[in-house]
Write a protein that binds this ligand. Structure first.
Ligand code: SAM
Length: 492
């Protein structure tokens, strides 16, 4: 299938009508959220996918801003024919709270003073950021996400989403992330912060309208950038090649090796697009992120109420968020019987592979999202029979409606049992006349969001050919049959 761009896009801004109360109890007034959307929300409002960006990302995930040379930061997987297929999904990406790309952060004006917040901006958490995204979704009329996806710090937001709003997340895809920041991650963040705060231009965070702490921020980015690559990718990309010369210069005046020039270039360009205080606040939120609540609960406990199905993606060469951190997430999810899949991207790129390995990312995310669920194949107009009916009633309904399975419904509309053509034959042989004498009371049921393979497995295990699909109140909303599944597989 041809993969295309979403084309020209614009970042929009939503001023939140109410104050925001943060996790630390502080209150933020006049918060705005910058966001972009791609594709169309369907009429059931069930096809929304939220993208959570990483440390230096923003709301511009895909497509082109007029006059810019580069597309959005995750254009690789967002667009027609790509994993986040905008012909199917309504894709949303917003800039995080504390950021500097349109959402309120330390560089925004403090309504109390009329000046940029600087260090008066409160210390925010990943949970605060997710809460703001939820407000954006309410504004867009979305009460349930088809999926939430993000890499690195974006993956932390994904985990927080599944925990904070379990009923709102159908599928969660945390990529190259961790359930808590490791000492190594905190250490690198701290070195970056120190680079910023020891730049005299930082001026205790009060530098707006003056020279910004460019040297510090650039250095922070250079340090960060090294952690996003890998030893192997650096060998491949730069080797020991010198920059524009063949001999050492025996001085410190310029970048001698190509890798030095590359880091300096990326440090310098970062300064043009990022705010030093945002770097401090976001890295602090990353450091504080810890689903084990400072080790006071096992990780499995943190995922207790989670309802989403998970695809956890790790990267083989990632030494900043090593694969063991993904495995910890998977084990904790599995301990709660949560449907979780793991895929490891085989790559030399290091942590950045989630932004670069187009083929593997599109394939793994695309196939996970398009995995069919029971709701896609179930029969919606289910013929049922009331508790208290006779075997003869059941036989008649089966004949007239051409069905072999009848869910039995009690007075309060709940599923009370199931009766099949097989049971009716038994009634004839044994001369039973009441439905209750032949119906099976322990009904094996399925849920709307269950993956097809699970329903098929249950049918196979119990040698039955149909499962009633029930909602959370045990009301029958459909029926999934072996025939329905065969038809689906036949046309795949
Ligand atoms: N394959 C056939 C079928 O699905 O009815 C016959 C085999 S099966 C062992 C027959 C028994 O399974 C019947 O007593 C029927 O009430 C029961 N049964 C059918 N669907 C069921 C379900 N979803 N949950 C529990 N029992 C079920």
């Amino acid at each position: 299938m041809k993969r295309e761009s979403v084309g020209l896009v614009e970042t929009r801004c939503l001023p939140l009508p109410d104050d925001v109360v943060l996790e630390n109890g502080d209150r933020l007034r006049e918060v705005s959220v910058a966001y972009e959307t791609y594709g169309k929300l369907n009429k059931e409002r069930s096809n929304a996918i939220l993208i959570c960006h990483a440390l230096s990302g923003d709301a511009h995930a895909a497509g082109w801003h007029r006059g810019e040379e580069k597309p959005g930061w995750w254009d690789m997987i967002v667009g027609p024919g790509k994993a986040l297929d905008v012909d199917k999904y309504f894709v949303i990406c917003s800039n995080v709270l504390g950021g500097c790309k349109g959402t309120t952060g330390p560089s925004s004006l403090n309504p109390a003073t009329g000046r940029p917040y600087g260090l008066d901006f409160p210390v925010i958490t990943v949970k605060d950021m997710v809460d703001i995204q939820r407000r954006l979704l309410s504004h867009l009329g979305i009460s349930k996400l088809f999926a939430v996806v993000g890499g690195s710090f974006g993956g932390m937001q994904v985990l927080q989403w599944a925990i904070s709003y379990p009923e709102m997340v159908r599928m969660a895809i945390p990529i190259a992330t961790s359930a808590y920041s490791s000492p190594q991650q905190i250490a690198f963040n701290e070195v970056g912060r120190r680079a910023i705060t020891s730049d005299l231009d930082w001026n205790d965070g009060d530098y707006y309208g003056q020279a910004q702490p460019a040297r510090g921020l650039s250095l922070a980015r250079m340090i960060g950038h090294i952690t996003y690559l890998s030893d192997e990718s650096m060998h491949q990309k730069f080797g020991r090649r010198l920059q524009d010369k063949s001999e050492y210069s025996f001085d410190f005046s310029s970048s001698e090796f190509q890798v030095e020039g590359y880091l300096r270039y990326h440090g310098d360009t970062f300064v043009k697009r990022f705010d030093a205080n945002s770097y401090l606040y976001i890295t602090k939120a990353i450091d504080h992120f810890d689903l084990t609540r400072k080790g006071s609960i096992p990780l499995s406990e943190a995922f207790k109420g989670v309802r989403a199905k998970f695809l956890v993606i790790s990267i083989s060469s990632d030494w900043l968020y090593p694969p063991y951190q993904s495995r910890e997430i998977i084990e904790a999810l599995s301990a709660n019987d949560i449907d979780v899949r793991h895929r490891e991207i085989k790559s030399n790129y290091g942590h950045d592979a989630f932004l670069l390995e187009s083929g593997q990312m599109n394939y793994n995310i695309g196939s996970f999202l398009s995995r069919s669920c029971v709701g896609d194949v179930m029969i919606r107009d289910v013929v049922t029979i009331g508790l208290g009916s006779s075997v003869e009633d059941a036989a008649k309904i089966m004949m007239e409606e051409g069905v072999t399975h009848l869910p039995v419904i009690s007075g309060n509309d709940r599923l009370a049992g199931i009766v099949t053509a097989w049971d009716v034959s038994k009634a004839v042989a044994m001369k039973y006349s009441k439905l209750e004498e032949i119906m099976t009371k322990d009904v094996i049921t399925s849920l709307l969001d269950d993956p097809i393979y699970r329903a098929a497995k249950q049918m196979n295990e119990y040698n039955i050919s149909a499962l009633p699909v029930v909602d959370k109140d045990q009301k029958v909303i459909g029926m999934v049959t072996g025939d329905g599944i065969s038809r689906l597989i036949g046309c795949l």
